[in-house]
Design a protein around this ligand. Structure first.
Ligand SMILES: Nc1ncnc2c1ncn2[C@@H]1O[C@H](COP(=O)(O)OP(=O)(O)OP(=O)(O)O)[C@@H](O)[C@H]1O
Ligand SMILES: [Mg+2]
Length: 225
């Protein structure tokens, strides 16, 4: 096994029931290996299982069976408290619907993943402001999510995922609400993070993003290829 492998999904199965009889197989025996410092793109039509796979690999959701192995530990059996700590220290997530905290400003949303912390609050502020600058919304730092456009909220979510310098970033349609130029800025920022060793997994419909990929996966009806 290559020592660069940071995350392994093994034989992952996830099913949902619609009513009593109809079973939807969102993940159908998925095997996947993720290496540090690489950018992966996950393509697949709507409903194919992309979000489900990101949620399961990040420990936000549990598979019905299979393993999720980070650095030789299967996180599937961990309790919520241990998982939350693990996510805080290792994982950044850019959600399809952003999930910013409505009562915090853009700047505070970006800072939030770092608290509680041993870092100085001044240092955190500088780091968060620098990220807001990079995503091009420095002048919106004190706006609340409701005062931001969809694309601006998405860029706050991207800054928030980067702030803790996580080992893995999961990004669910990170460019979905952005014009092509902003989309490219975001992808370049994520690509930069891979140079620091972060692995990035991007679920998307957008074939334009292929140029950023080190490797592409396709998922269809819960099956990965
Ligand atoms: N909580 C749930 N309850 C029931 N079915 C669900 C649930 N979440 C997802 N599904 C079903 O599982 C399948 C995979 O959903 P998923 O959200 O992973 O798709 P996706 O590839 O992310 O789609 P999209 O591109 O539209 O975001 C779909 O058929 C969906 O309807
Ligand atoms: Mg989805």
């Amino acid at each position: 096994m290559s020592s660069n492998i940071i995350l392994i999904g093994k034989d992952l199965v996830k099913e949902y029931y619609r009513g009593k009889k109809e079973v939807i197989t969102a993940l159908n025996h998925v095997d996947i290996e993720i290496e540090s410092g690489r950018m992966y793109l996950l393509f697949g039509p709507s409903g194919s299982g992309k979000t489900t796979l990101l949620n399961v690999l990040s420990g936000l959701d549990k598979p019905d069976s299979g393993k999720v192995i980070y650095q030789d530990e299967n996180i599937v059996d961990w309790d919520e408290e241990k998982l939350a700590l693990f996510r805080r220290e290792n994982v950044g997530f850019i959600f399809q619907d952003w999930q910013l905290i409505p009562t915090l400003t853009a700047l505070e949303n970006v800072e939030a993943p770092l608290y509680p912390t041993k870092l100085k609050s001044k240092e955190i502020r500088q780091r968060a402001l620098s990220l807001l600058k990079q995503v091009g919304i420095y002048d919106r730092a004190d706006h609340y999510p409701a005062e931001l456009s969809g694309g601006e909220q998405q860029r706050v979510a991207i800054a928030r995922a980067l702030v803790s310098k996580p080992k893995v970033i999961f990004a669910d349609e990170p460019t979905g609400n952005l014009d092509p130029e902003s989309g490219n800025t975001v992808m370049r920022m994520l690509k930069n993070a891979t140079r620091l060793g972060t692995a990035i997994i991007v679920a998307t419909h957008n074939p334009e993003l292929k140029k950023y990929a080190d490797k592409e996966f396709k998922i269809s009806n819960g099956r990965l290829s």
